[in-house]
Design a binder for this molecule. Structure first.
Ligand code: ZN
Length: 420
């Protein structure tokens, strides 16, 4: 193909594919995307875009083009090399092993783990992330800022009973420090969970004005501890970690009932919500809580049939709650070569028959909403954070998308993200 030097300077490409779709109403089969550098100039059918003689033609007839994906719940610092425990039914034992390994992690090893997590995220087609920084939080945020990922680095905090005051002081210092936003990554806070952070920590977090996330209603043991102050999590906190003492108050209520005041005041993104009661659905919708469901992580810890007959995400979605997708950590996943909500979409499509277009929304626009990111990052247009190509066969946009979700191969970047 011949091009003039002026055309080369524009680096303009016309990608012709089997189809192109995003979750904001743009869909075409066959599909075409006109790109200049990393910027989308136009997307739609080849007829809609028309002939652009100055553009290099890139033929991808076996590919469906999608926006880069949003992983709203990750723990990149748990992506390190070495023997890390896989998720299983013994949550207390698993947390104990992870804590011991984390304690032995030097800052250099933590940095390596985060870097690997970034690479695995890009390998999975992730353009935006909500990452929980549990180890070396500022170093993790810095690594994210040096990558092409956008999103939020949630600095994780813990604090029960008498330890809450020190945690609140640390959170306030973080909220007053800076920079809170740089290179596409904002700082947020993650009070870890209601069983590891007391009401003063959640109350102060709700007032701090930063993006917030927490793990909520993840296990039956969490509910037992909150309601009656007993069980395996009490044993873990008291005997294994040594943070449960007489200064810790038992709420004597389900964690959602105990936390609802803070959830009402702050803008929380709540992860998991495996074990909620039907009456909580409307409460959470009224609180404007956002929910990130991590289907593979839930399954890895046994929060799926038969232990949990059905996850409440669908009821929350139907009640108007923004429900998006997350991977949780690499330790919960069956894809050692990538961290991608594409594989969580596939689980929900293949196991539960969830509508493919709804899954695309959950993995893009809903994730952007949950992280308070601009929808332009996941919409075919000038602000799009990256374009993925996924192998697909089909004659319509819906059969192409269904075919992508029926497979298990990795996506490729064709614009932005990890594209060469
Ligand atoms: Zn998590």
């Amino acid at each position: 193909m011949s091009r003039t030097s002026g055309e080369l300077a524009h680096n303009r490409r016309m990608i012709l594919a089997a189809g192109v779709i995003d979750a904001t109403g743009m869909a075409a089969c066959p599909g075409a995307v006109l790109v200049e550098g990393d910027q989308i100039l136009a997307a739609g059918s080849p007829e809609q875009i028309g002939s652009v003689p100055s553009a290099e033609l890139v033929q991808m007839p076996e590919m469906l083009l999608l926006p880069g994906l949003v992983n709203a719940h990750a723990h990149l610092d748990l992506s390190g090399d070495g023997v890390w425990p896989a998720a299983g039914n013994d949550f207390r034992g698993w947390v104990g092993q992870v804590r011991a390994l984390r304690a032995a992690q030097t800052p250099a090893l933590c940095k390596q783990a985060v870097q690997r997590g970034i690479e695995l995220s890009l390998a999975g087609g992730t353009s935006c992330i909500g990452d929980i920084a549990g180890h070396s939080p500022m170093a993790t945020a810095k690594a994210l800022r040096e990558s092409s990922l956008r999103g939020v680095s949630f600095q994780e905090v813990f604090g029960l009973g008498d330890r809450q005051n020190a945690t609140v002081d640390r959170m306030r210092a973080m909220a007053e420090g800076g920079p809170l936003e740089a290179q596409g990554i904002r700082l947020g806070l993650s009070p870890h969970a209601p069983y590891s952070c007391g009401p003063a920590v959640f109350g102060a977090a709700a007032e701090c004005g930063l993006p917030l996330t927490t793990h909520l209603a993840e296990t039956p043991a969490e509910i037992e501890l909150s309601v009656s102050g007993t069980g395996s999590l009490r044993d873990m906190l008291e005997r294994d970690i040594g943070v449960w003492d007489t200064s810790v108050d038992v709420p004597h209520a389900h964690p959602i009932d105990a936390l609802i005041g803070s959830l009402d005041r702050g803008q929380f993104l709540c992860a998991h919500l495996n074990w909620i009661e039907p009456r909580h659905v409307d409460m959470l919708a009224a609180s404007d809580v956002r929910v990130v469901y991590c289907p593979r992580a839930s399954a890895a810890f046994g929060h799926c049939p038969p232990m949990l007959p059905s996850h409440p995400w669908r009821r929350l979605h139907d009640a108007g709650v923004t429900v998006c997708l997350g991977t949780d950590s690499l330790l919960c996943l069956d894809t050692p070569d990538r961290l991608s909500v594409l594989d969580d979409m596939r689980l929900l499509f293949q196991r539960d028959g969830v509508d493919a277009r709804l899954l695309l929304s959950m993995a893009t626009t809903h994730g952007a909403s949950a992280l308070d990111l601009d929808h332009d990052l996941v919409r075919f247009g000038p602000g799009l954070a990256g374009v993925l190509a996924c192998r697909a066969e089909g004659n319509t946009i819906d059969t192409l998308l269904a075919d992508v979700l029926g497979r298990d191969d990795a996506p490729q970047w064709v614009v932005g993200g990890g594209a060469a």
